[in-house]
Design a protein around this ligand. Structure first.
Ligand code: AMP
Length: 277
């Protein structure tokens, strides 16, 4: 497994790879969610490149950039047994050299949900992912359903900018009690960790209503709010029942639908979603 940090190192290694290349972009502090993307990439491509870069451009001024968990040695030891060919760990100076002024922005799809709560977040994501695509020239790129809006935005960007890359979205990996795996779960203390299952419980309760025949989107949102309110350490930021493709809020559910939410558990902001239909 080649570990590259400079762009020239990455480029010369990339040129030496024959056949198809799968890219798994991450911010590191890897868990089973990330590793599931790597395994899928490995199963579908001749070579796998994993990038580890905590992207300052996608963090807001009051977000957790400086305390975002990092442990490169641990990450590398998790990736080695999976047969990863290349790990690229660029510095912020490589990705955003002094005087940097070029940004990639997806419009309508980034207005709601996470985009509404985290101004500038998706501009940071689409810019860095474009740069990772350019640098690594993959045939396929792997993203998690856990970040549903991100996956939708990347798909749109890839189409709009004619990147010759197939976007593969992989299922959300969960702990046994349903909590979606996330590097940010590390911030939770014991009581918060317990309370954090409320996201999964709220989504499950709304799904149950849906499976019993409920199609009124407001009722599904209401059910999620009710379950979240039953767990006081959890403070809802939003719940949504939206069209899967446009991410617009629905009145009535028909076709593929995204139930999603952002919830503060203590100071930690968690997101999760289910797909219906
Ligand atoms: P991050 O390091 O949080 O930027 O995540 C890197 C990639 O892993 C993104 O495509 C995420 O959607 C994906 N990912 C994060 N958590 C999970 C999870 N629990 N299950 C599946 N994919 C995940």
């Amino acid at each position: 497994m080649k570990v590259a940090s400079s762009l020239s190192d990455l480029r010369s290694t990339r040129l030496s790879l024959d056949g198809t290349v799968g890219l798994v972009p991450t911010m590191g502090y890897l868990h089973e969610g990330h590793l599931s993307l790597v395994r899928q990439a490995k199963a579908e491509c001749d070579h796998v490149i994993v990038t580890i870069f905590v992207n300052p451009a996608q963090f807001g001024p009051n977000e957790d950039l400086s305390k975002y968990p990092r442990d490169l040695e641990r990450d590398l030891s998790l990736l080695r047994p999976l047969g990863v060919d290349v790990v690229w760990t660029p510095s912020a100076e490589i990705m955003y050299p002094p005087g940097y002024q070029t940004w990639v922005e997806v419009e309508a799809l980034t207005k709601g949900l996470e985009g509404a709560m985290r101004p500038g977040h998706f501009r940071g994501v689409t810019t860095v992912v474009s740069k990772l695509f350019n640098a690594t020239q993959p045939h396929k790129a792997y993203f998690g359903q856990k970040d549903a809006q991100q996956a939708a935005v990347i798909r749109q960007m890839t189409r709009d900018l004619n990147f010759p890359i197939e976007i593969v979205v992989c299922p959300t990996q969960r702990e046994v009690d349903g909590l979606a795996m996330s590097s940010r779960n590390k911030y939770l203390n014991e009581a918060e960790r317990k309370a954090a299952t409320v996201l999964f419980r709220a989504l499950s309760a709304a799904k149950e209503l849906y499976e019993a025949g409920e199609r009124d989107a407001e009722k599904l949102r209401g059910r999620m709010k009710e379950v979240l309110a039953s767990e006081p350490p959890a403070q809802m930021q939003y719940v949504s029942c939206a069209d899967y493709d446009t991410l617009e809020e629905l009145d009535m559910v028909k076709g593929k639908t995204l139930l999603s939410m952002a919830v503060f558990v203590g100071k930690t902001r968690l997101i999760d979603n289910f797909v219906l239909g």
